[in-house]
Design a protein around this ligand. Structure first.
Ligand SMILES: *[C@@H]1O[C@H](CO)[C@@H](O)[C@H](O)[C@H]1NC(C)=O
Ligand SMILES: *[C@@H]1O[C@H](CO)[C@@H](O)[C@H](O)[C@H]1NC(C)=O
Ligand SMILES: *[C@@H]1O[C@H](CO)[C@@H](O)[C@H](O)[C@H]1NC(C)=O
Ligand SMILES: *[C@@H]1O[C@H](CO)[C@@H](O)[C@H](O)[C@H]1NC(C)=O
Length: 295
């Protein structure tokens, strides 16, 4: 996604002209939500179905890019897709970093994850002052938990999370942010997964149940039994941004096999973590309500 700034209008026009530049790209968000869906407990699956708008026809993952699609119409939401750290700082701190370009606190991806998970906790209290539109809360939350796992959604302020680092992805002109949102995933689907996103998703799911199974409870864990805990995800992202995304990706460079093949496993693991954590967060939200409803 393109971060907001003085040139948002130009960027918007360009985005309309270039198909497939919004988002993690559509594929990344779809994968995150598809992986999450497979891990919903029963209460969560029921609540999500009840909240989905009719036009989704029950397909949760198909609406995982909704927050990108409405970003230009609901302009206030565009700073909620990312958080920037000061230049060359490879750590993240909520109080220092979570604000928008004019300094309003909490207006960043981690702040938004807290916001929308709090709103969803009111699912069974329809007259709550927070329960503005819980369908939108679900769609925002699902999208932002994906975004916070994309390393360059927690990148440096000066280069707008890699958006202003212009370079080539093989022979195509691109920018570093877009490479991580979209190009690595699209190239992988084409090269390794018979041009079929579903095959890529199944490969990641297999790793979740096999190779990574011993890591899952750590991924799901939320400190001090909180409902949502996006801060450690953002810290991981900026560390990965420094170690893998920015490394050897200077303005004007050309990224090819060396970069692609070494970064793809990082991307696949982040998609897995995003999916596992989205499911864990929604399961905590909807299962806890069942408990309090019974109390
Ligand atoms: C919280 O959610 C409401 C409703 O969508 C929105 O108006 C507000 O800007 C959000 N704030 C943050 C920090 O996400
Ligand atoms: C809630 O938001 C969804 C998605 O934008 C929309 O389709 C629906 O009409 C909204 N519901 C209300 C009651 O405003
Ligand atoms: C599966 O896990 C292995 C070991 O961590 C890794 O090398 C491989 O890239 C992963 N594949 C996918 C599709 O995530
Ligand atoms: C978290 O919840 C578990 C199980 O309910 C409890 O044993 C543990 O003490 C709690 N941890 C914290 C830090 O509250």
């Amino acid at each position: 996604m393109v971060q907001s700034g003085p040139f948002v209008h130009t960027a918007f026009v360009l985005l309309l002209l270039i198909p497939g530049t919004l988002a993690w790209g559509k594929e990344g968000h779809y994968a995150t939500c598809k992986i999450a869906e497979g891990l919903f407990c029963e209460e969560t699956a029921t609540a999500v179905q009840a909240l989905l708008p009719e036009y989704a026809e029950g397909d949760f993952a198909s609406l995982c890019s909704w927050a990108d699609e409405i970003k230009w119409h609901k302009r206030w939401s565009s700073p909620l897709h990312y958080v920037d750290t000061p230049d060359f700082r490879c750590n993240y701190e909520y109080c220092r970093d979570c604000h928008d370009t004019v300094g309003r606190k909490d207006r960043c991806v981690t702040g938004a994850i807290y916001n929308y998970s709090m709103q969803l906790l009111d699912y069974h209290q329809p007259f709550s002052e927070y329960a503005d539109n819980l369908t939108e809360a679900l769609l925002f939350l699902s999208h932002f938990i994906g975004d916070v796992h994309q390393p360059l959604h927690v990148g440096f302020l000066g280069d707008e999370g890699g958006n202003t680092i212009h370079l080539r992805w093989y022979r195509r002109k691109s920018n570093l942010h877009h490479v991580w949102d979209t190009m690595i995933i699209e190239s992988a689907i084409k090269e390794f997964y018979a041009s079929d996103l579903a095959i890529m998703i199944r490969a990641i799911q297999r790793n979740i149940t096999d190779d990574w199974s011993s890591d899952i409870s750590m991924w799901e864990n939320c400190a001090a039994n909180h409902t949502a805990c996006p801060d450690p995800y953002a810290s991981e992202s900026v560390r990965l941004a420094c170690k893998y995304a920015y490394k050897n990706a200077t303005p004007g460079s050309t990224l090819n096999d060396d970069y692609f093949l070494s970064r793809l496993p990082i991307v696949e693991r982040r998609l897995a973590q995003g999916g596992v954590r989205l499911a864990a967060t929604l399961n905590r939200i909807f299962a806890s309500q069942k408990l309090s409803a019974q109390a």
